[in-house]
Design a protein around this ligand. Structure first.
Ligand code: ASP
Length: 647
């Protein structure tokens, strides 16, 4: 093997005259008769190689006389057969490029005149070439041959970014006294929120480990253990339904601190965000603004507002109640005795779209109704606000219902001629969610999302705080913890919470937690909370979540016991590491930032996991599969059963 002296990204004019060795893959191949040009690629770059029949002769002859098996003629014969993606090593002398400089390459001033060649391995015919300039083949093919896909320079850059990001992360937290502690991957099944992956245990028949959704309870127990400040870059596992930006296993930067309240955690994490962005992008992040959950829902219809554009949603229930529009009036009848902001109380939410009258065609606004329906609303009422000889007036859609209150709508919403008004009437929960989704779609349609700048920004960070402790699960109707069941109520809410009647829905819904999220450009990059360190509060949470004292003991005895042995006040947070990298690399596809990702239905197309296992292996694990492929085929229709799922 020709052990390399340099990498393919390293050689410059200062190396001219030196004899060097490079290793890498054939990136391109051009045969000009007496000359063969090869671009040799490794992780660091590309260098032009020249196999020059004239120039190489003397060196080749010398080598041949010395009995070298790579002597000139043999070498030219081998070079002649090289093809893209063959893996080779070369030795030769660096000279100034004779054919002129290639300004696009950092190594573009020089070339290596090859005097020795060793072919390490020839390639089979590659299914595609790892070239970022060519149109990418479909993702399925790339995932299947990930080793080729990862050779693309842009993927190599992702790997390097990820690696650097973990180093920068550790650097900050280690400098701040955090201990890196590994926690188990074979864990206990605990109802923490998401569905779990289970692992059957051979030695304890009928028992299962669960893969951790996060090391939440271990990190809390580490605080009880006196670790004081913990960090880990760890893998988390959630068996969730397919979503484009989710993976069944993903990476978190997991953190916990003792003897702190919310403020200290927020300060430490802002420091981290600043350090991280400075190191990774050279950008100074200003202090991160804060917004309450309620304001986020009121003005953006979502708990992770994208503040890169200034579209705001408004509650116009009071005005809408005075119109003759039945849709509004019916919606406002819902839960009218419930408190304001209660999820089941009727509201009418409005979104003013400046300049929308021209851009948002009927076809587009019809699409908005479909979108709103997907989120449970009846549809979207629209009206244009158009110039008129007498000033401006509502036109089209629900205009006739708004016209009598025109001046008041104009004053409330700051309407200007040329605007479009979009309105959704439903319960607070439904209307808020639907208008929030609509706001994002409108931003895309109106071209309001700023394109990335030179350093990848704009970076609009936001803390969202004061979340409700609980929400009702849409399917089961049961209370679930909005963050997780170990999140404490905000300090001023503790007594109210402990005293709340578990059957008083409105009271439970109004309890505010000590949770906090960091949002970046509309995506949640971190979430955490002050934890419960008091058994009475923890038991009440379990009771609300429908766990009997026996069930709570069975699932969480270790936590409840630990809390009884001098638990310090503690709080923490976790950053979605993959999400951070997605932001840095400017991609919406989480699979682009993970070396070996899974498809949306959790398949690894390269290794073909998951896969059936032999019956004997199942028996050893005391597991019997009830899966019946024939019955499944009959249920799905034969055509569907075998078709490949999308990544
Ligand atoms: N364990 C939480 C999660 O994975 C984060 C935290 O509260 O620290 O979302």
């Amino acid at each position: 093997m020709l052990i390399r002296t340099h990498t393919c990204g390293e050689l410059r004019e200062s190396h001219v005259g030196q004899t060097v060795r490079l290793n890498g893959w054939v990136n391109s191949y051009r045969d000009h008769g007496n000359l063969i040009f090869i671009d040799l690629r490794d992780r660091y770059g590309v260098t032009q190689l020249v196999f020059d029949l004239e120039d190489a002769t003397s060196a080749g002859v010398q080598a041949a006389e010395a009995g070298d098996k790579h002597a000139h003629t043999g070498m030219m014969g081998l070079a002649d057969k090289l093809r893209n993606e063959d893996c080779i090593g070369v030795e030769g002398c660096i000279r100034v490029r004779t054919g002129g400089e290639n300004p696009k390459l950092p190594t573009g001033k020089v070339e290596l005149v090859v005097t020795r060649l060793e072919v390490y391995s020839k390639t089979d015919n590659p299914p595609f070439l790892p070239d970022d300039l060519l149109e990418l083949p479909n993702e399925e093919l790339r995932l299947r041959h990930r080793y080729i896909d990862l050779r693309r320079p842009s993927m190599q850059k992702v790997l390097a970014t990820r690696s650097r990001a973990s180093m920068v992360t550790r650097e900050y937290f280690h400098a701040n006294g955090f201990l890196e502690v590994e926690t188990p991957v074979l864990y206990k099944s605990t109802p923490e929120g998401a569905r779990e992956f289970l692992v059957p245990c051979r030695n304890v028949p009928g028992s299962f480990y669960a893969l951790p959704q996060s090391p939440q309870l271990f990190k809390q127990i580490l605080m009880v253990s006196g670790a004081d400040r913990y960090m880990q870059i760890c893998r988390c596992f959630r068996d969730e339904d397919p979503r484009a930006d989710r993976q069944p296993e993903f990476t978190q930067i997991d953190l916990e601190m003792s003897f702190v309240r919310r403020e200290q955690v927020m300060e430490m994490m802002e420091g981290f965000v600043r350090h991280f962005w400075k190191q990774m992008c050279g950008v100074d992040i200003p202090p991160i603004p804060r917004m309450s959950y309620r304001d986020a829902m009121e003005h953006y219809g979502i708990d992770r507002p994208d503040t890169r554009y200034d579209l705001r949603t408004r509650d116009v229930s009071d005005l809408a109640a005075r119109t003759d529009f039945k849709v509004f009036r019916d919606a406002l009848e819902k839960g009218r005795d419930r408190p304001r902001f209660n999820s089941r109380r009727g509201v009418v939410k409005a979104l003013r779209v400046p300049g929308g009258a021209e851009k948002l065609t009927r076809k587009i606004t019809d699409g908005y109704s479909d979108l709103a329906k997907r989120f449970g609303a009846g549809g979207v009422a629209t009206a244009k606000f158009v110039p008129d000889p007498a000033g401006a007036k509502f036109d089209t859609g629900c205009a006739k219902f708004l016209e009598p209150l025109r001046a008041e709508f104009v004053a409330a919403l700051g309407l200007e001629p040329g605007d479009t008004l979009l309105l959704i009437a439903d319960t607070y929960a439904v209307a808020t969610k639907a208008i929030g989704e609509l706001r994002q779609q409108v931003a895309r349609d109106m071209g309001l999302i700023p394109p990335p700048g030179a350093e990848g920004g704009p970076w609009n960070f936001l803390w969202v705080v004061d979340f409700p402790m609980f929400e009702r699960n849409k399917e089961t109707g049961k209370w679930v913890a909005m963050h997780h069941p170990f999140t404490a109520p905000r300090d001023d809410q503790r007594d109210q919470f402990v005293q709340a009647d578990v059957n008083d829905d409105d009271a439970i819904e109004s309890i505010v937690s000590a949770g906090y999220d960091i949002v970046l450009n509309g995506s949640e990059i971190a979430g955490g909370s002050v934890r419960i360190h008091d058994r009475a509060v923890q038991s009440k949470v379990f009771q609300l979540l429908g766990l009997s004292p026996e069930q709570a003991r069975e699932k969480f005895s270790f936590l409840l016991e630990a809390l009884g042995y001098g638990a310090p006040p503690h709080a923490g947070i976790a950053f979605g590491f993959d999400r951070l990298i997605m932001h840095l690399c400017g991609t919406d596809n989480i699979r682009d930032v993970i070396a070996f990702p899974k498809t949306q239905i959790g398949q690894d197309l390269m290794t073909r996991a998951p896969s059936p296992v032999p019956e004997a292996q199942l028996r050893e694990l005391h597991v019997r599969s009830t899966w019946d492929p024939e019955a499944a085929k009959a249920r799905q229709g034969v055509g569907n059963a075998g078709s490949a799922p999308a990544p």
